[in-house]
Design a protein around this ligand. Sequence first.
Ligand code: SF4
Ligand code: SF4
Length: 444
Amino acid sequence: MQTSFTADQLKDPDTRESNQILRTCVHCGFCTATCPTFALLGDELDSPRGRIYLIKDMLESGRPATEEVVRHVDRCLSCLSCMTTCPSGVHYMHLVDHARHYIEDTYRRPWPERLLRRVLARVLPHPGRFRLALLAARLARPFAGLIPGGSMTAQRLRAMLRLAPARLPAADPAAAPQVHRAEGERRGRVALLTGCAQQVIAPEINAATIRLLTRMGIEVVVTAGQGCCGALNHHMGDHDPAMALARANIAAWHAELAGEGLDAVVVNASGCGTTVKDYGFMFREEPAPWKERAEAISAIALDISELLVKFGYAPKREAPAGLAVAYHAACSLQHGQKIVAPPKQLLARAGFKVKEPAEGHLCCGSAGTYNLLQPEIAGQLRERKLGNLARTGADLIAAGNIGCLTQLAGDALPVAHTVELLDWMAGGPEPAAVQAALARRRAA
Ligand code: SF4
Ligand code: SF4
């Protein structure tokens, strides 16, 4: 694709990067075939190629973002399915991240939307604030059906209340800063990202991760000072807070790396893992030592499934006969990190019958805060995904990302994080989702 940025515009490193990305696109349109929003809406401007044109025009003009550009970029899930499909290697993620940042700098959203985005950006990344917000949402949940109207604000309020869990588990002390010693001979040492929303909604995921790794001889460090990876803010174009959160993590993990050493920074929420692996890029223009430190952290960041393959996961007990797991590939894992086979191989090694749904490349509609900001499209994608998962005939759903687990939970098959199932087969407790699945089997 030809571009026409001025020499002055190209002095900006983000514009320079976007210019390179735009120039790799050959307009072939292959990406449109696998884009969830194009599949649902059928509008070229809601396809990757259409958005690329809109972003190009917006950046080249140097003018503030228009309502039309904002609408179509906001509808993008950042699922990155287009990156998997693109034969030319267009780095859509970096392009759309730049576009979102540009939009937030130049476009004034209506006040209810500004308020909502501000609340999400200031609450979700902080477990204490998020817990309080969920407690309030739980109280309001029974009244969700009373919210009148089909306006976007009403839809968003209903989506928030629907997604608030009916039960809020107690905080798990395992996620507090400490060192979890390896059992037996130490084979490795990793830092665990304990995350933000996940540790509030599903503390059992970190607990299972720590149990499983320490049992495998891997010491797990939960460093003081680490917290949200910054992805939620980053994908809303909220640049400075995202960088501050990422910087805190880099500082905390770098201190461990330079001290007793780390084999990996392990992440069990793939949306967060994609961002941690991108810290090197995010900090590419930052002065020393941040650029180098960010690169060093990204270089050792691993999804939990990668780490388990590396250290040779082996089960210690047998799965109940024929227990079938439908594996839902989170977009951030399959498209963002290109991790496709390891989670399925691990589940099969653990003794589960692994089923794959049709349209496995399509997003479930979670996508960070997308299911709160674009509830209608997110709801359609959820129904489509749940239908495909149910048609596998599996007993439960496994996925490696808390956003997907929250989106798919509720009225269909029970959901579990992959690591909970692997921990169970390696000697850990039976996950609640398995108990629910076995109960459904008995009742059938
Ligand atoms: S598939 Fe790649 S090269 Fe083709 S239009 Fe889409 S982004 Fe551009
Ligand atoms: S990131 Fe997903 S929703 Fe956005 S353009 Fe690409 S395929 Fe479509």
